[in-house]
Design a binder for this molecule. Structure first.
Ligand SMILES: Nc1ncnc2c1ncn2[C@@H]1O[C@H](COP(=O)(O)OP(=O)(O)O)[C@@H](O)[C@H]1O
Ligand SMILES: [Mg+2]
Length: 248
């Protein structure tokens, strides 16, 4: 069963079609990159999947469950995680403190007693997440003092605290300096490998896309032009004309 299914989804603003009849499947462990020129509708599609916007038509399924009508926080509970351009990091808190808050937010509420019962569990979970994003050595640093690349890793850590099965990453390399890109790429690669998680990532750096993606989906004027292996998409004449021809 697909981890995420986008089925004939369309979204208009007034009479203007922004996302047009998009169908896309994401398998467990699969990494799909979403590319397309500025204004193609990539972020809009993310908004539809995460629930910030409702499609005019079509369905969105997480696992086998229809989540089309669900509010964003319910989708998150059901395993959908999303990063934003603007960060949700508390700059004056430590890196570990930020992750601990996110883990508590996930497990808190109805499970308030959990907090007192197992501070040790919390500490262990935070350490586990920091290890996954390779930020253990920064645990005691204030988040505000991190370089851009490390801040992105922390944002991914906050996402992992929600225990997502499907992750939506919107331009994770934006603002990251060239020398910090390889380390971030390795963290992002690790998000799917053998974890059962799936990633849908919007990214403009083609070398990163070709390196990470199992499949590449090309959006153009709100419609999906292609969704295939990186090699097949790069070889597609229509894609080359519509997208690659415009320059990256
Ligand atoms: N809330 C909105 N109101 C008006 N226009 C919007 C809104 N959101 C997106 N758009 C328009 O939809 C198109 C797609 O935008 P977007 O999804 O941000 O593209 P991308 O992320 O691919 O650059 C653009 O033309 C943009 O101006
Ligand atoms: Mg965008």
């Amino acid at each position: 069963m697909a981890a995420l299914t986008v089925e004939r989804v369309s979204w208009t603003i007034g009479a203007v079609p922004i996302v047009h009849d998009v169908t896309l499947h994401l398998e467990p462990d699969e990494f799909v990159a979403l590319i397309g020129p500025n204004g193609a509708g990539k972020t809009s599609l993310f908004n539809l999947v995460s629930g910030l916007r409702r499609p005019n038509s079509g369905r969105i399924l997480l696992g086998g469950d229809d989540i089309t009508a669900q509010a964003p926080h319910r989708r998150a509970r059901h395993g959908l995680g999303r990063t934003f351009q603007t960060s949700a990091v508390f700059g004056s808190l430590t890196v570990a403190g930020n992750v601990a808050l996110a883990v508590q937010a996930r497990r808190g509420g109805a499970m308030r007693a959990w907090r007192r019962r197992s501070d040790r569990d919390l500490t262990l979970r935070v350490a586990e997440i920091l290890a996954e994003v390779r930020l253990e050595h920064r645990a005691g640093r204030t988040a505000g003092s991190l370089a851009h690349g490390e801040k992105r890793k922390l944002e991914i850590a906050l996402l992992l605290a929600g225990e997502p099965r499907v992750l939506l990453l919107d331009e994770p390399m934006a603002g990251v300096s060239t020398e910090d890109v390889p380390a971030l790429v390795e963290v992002i690669r690790g998000l799917t490998a053998g974890t059962g998680r799936s990633v849908l990532m919007v990214e403009h750096h083609m070398e990163v896309v070709l390196d990470l993606a199992d499949r590449v989906a090309v959006l153009h004027h709100g419609a999906l032009l292609a969704c295939d292996t990186p090699a097949a998409v790069m070889a597609d004449a229509f894609v080359q004309e519509a997208y690659l021809g415009e320059g990256l």
